[in-house]
Design a protein around this ligand. Structure first.
Ligand code: TMP
Length: 208
């Protein structure tokens, strides 16, 4: 299981897919294999990133353009890379991310119409590394995801059904088009989803 050392794993998906719960379970599983694991949330984790997160999710910011939105997500991520991710990978830790560039591709690139290729280009210019060893998309339809959201929706969650349907399609098309992606049905119960995540990591990351 030493192969988990220095691995960069992302859990991503539509709002309400349960990735934060799954990130915690995955982190515990990695530590049970005697490998040190750290979990970071994107956007956020660093003091600068948390401030940017507040701007992004603040319902008062109704005027924010998709380009401004995308650049703020990228700025928070650049800080997260330098301050947290790169040092942890260099120490040989297994780094688990709650969202990453896959989210910017699905939300701003696909649903927001900014363009996925443009986002990948900007990410490549802003970060030393953009693709993780493995990205697991926790796929869920809007109806199943709705009860999992808190009642006070943030600015992104409030974007409406058409936008969020496109977000889901964006994640699925990204997973289809790129290597290093896997899709898990996240509408099942927490334990089943966790087992599937572990199965994928064991099969794709530890035996390839
Ligand atoms: P979270 O609540 O899952 O941490 O994510 C915050 C919100 O930000 C969520 O609605 C997804 C959205 N988001 C983007 O629109 N683009 C991004 O690049 C990221 C990382 C998140």
């Amino acid at each position: 299981m030493n192969d988990l050392k220095g691995k960069f794993i992302v859990l991503d998906g539509p709002d309400g897919c349960g990735k934060s719960t799954q990130a915690k379970l995955l982190s515990k599983w990695v530590q049970d294999q005697n490998v040190s694991a750290v979990t970071f949330r994107d956007p956020g984790t660093t003091p600068i990133g948390e401030k940017i997160r507040n701007i992004l999710l603040d319902n008062a910011n109704t005027q924010m353009s998709t380009a401004a939105e995308m650049l703020l997500y990228m700025a928070a991520r650049a800080q997260l890379w330098t301050q947290c991710i790169e040092p942890a990978l260099n120490e040989g830790k297994c780094v688990i991310l709650d969202r990453w560039i896959s989210s910017t591709c699905a939300y701003q690139g696909f649903a927001g119409g900014f363009g996925v290729d443009k986002i990948i280009t900007i990410a490549q210019e802003s970060l030393p590394r953009i693709w993780p060893d493995m990205t697991i998309i926790l796929d869920i339809d809007l109806k199943s995801a709705a009860p999992r959201l808190k009642s006070d929706l943030d600015r992104m969650e409030k974007k409406g059904l058409v936008y969020h349907k496109k977000v889901r399609d964006g994640f699925l098309s990204l997973a289809d088009a790129r290597s290093g992606f896997a899709v898990v049905d996240a509408s099942e119960d927490i334990k089943t989803v966790h087992s599937k995540v572990i199965e994928i990591i064991t099969k794709k990351l530890l035996t390839d």
